[in-house]
Design a protein around this ligand. Sequence first.
Ligand code: G3I
Length: 320
Amino acid sequence: HSLRKVASANDFLIGASVSSIPFLKDEKYRQVLKDEFNLLTIENDMKFAKIHPQRDTYNFVIPDLIIDFALENDMKVRGHTLVWHATLPDWIKDRKYSKEELTLILKDHIQTVVRHYKGKIYAWDVVNEAYNDDGTLRENIWLQTIGPQYIELAFKWAHEADPNALLFYNDYSNEGINVKSNAIFELVRDLKERGVPIDGVGFQMHSSITYSKDYKKIKENFARYKEIGVEVQVTEMDVKIQHSNESYKKRLEQQADMYAKTLNVCLSSSNCNAFITWGILDKYSWIPGFTGNKDAPLLFDNEYKPKPSHESIYNELRSK
Ligand code: G3I
């Protein structure tokens, strides 16, 4: 029951994010990755602090290894992420730059990274999480120093460096219809109208069985992007099962249901062609480290055994 086989047969992209520590040390991890998925996103190692740790130093070693693995195994790669407020190196965080200087730094960063991977990265998360939940722009160093035009500049620079890569805006809590998703839609529509190179919007979809989703609204949201010629992808899905009084078995079923229904919205939207989970197996998920609680948010358990969520995704892909 390989997800990859059934997805590839339908020209659909099924992906997972890759964490470098298990990737490097665990043969089984690499095996499951290539057997089950036809796309990967590198979870951390292409973030600014990792790939550009000093002003004059880029570190491509780990991303190169993972991307070579992907291409050898005929998998697509999403690049994550060029412009974000988090995981910045000290040389950016701890210094004050003028607008001119920071603009040059960001341009050099984007173009050096995108050029290094030209032809190898199928889609980039160019700008990540630029909006607050109330629909205003997030006060990050890029907004404060460069101004709101940092967003369109980032897309233009990335496009210059690799005109064939698809360019995405990526965020969370933007899947339904709400002030945040409306603000993002207006941004994307405006960029498209003015000819700024943007191809798609990523919906991270970090979820929990204790927060229900309005799938009709998600579908509606995906559809409005189709009208303006923009692709959508589910880019970082996981489903937390903590904070529930149900039995473990029941929680895994609810989780499986949430994955399947979300995937169903994607499969039934003609502009949605990729579904990516934020990790492969529960053991290496970012969630316990973040919430401080045990969890089981992914498709495989700690022993690489497929969970009910794996089966529900498989069935959904097969019924496409
Ligand atoms: O590798 C160090 C380790 O040496 C050290 O002992 C340990 C102590 O804190 O930290 C380890 O690094 C952590 C790294 O994950 C690897 O586990 C960082 O502190 C931690 O901040 C980092 O968190 C990542 C987070 O983004 C911030 O970059 C998560 O793994 C990653 O899953 C998460 O991913 C984000 C997406 O990029 C954007 N969307 C939301 C998503 C979830 O927050």
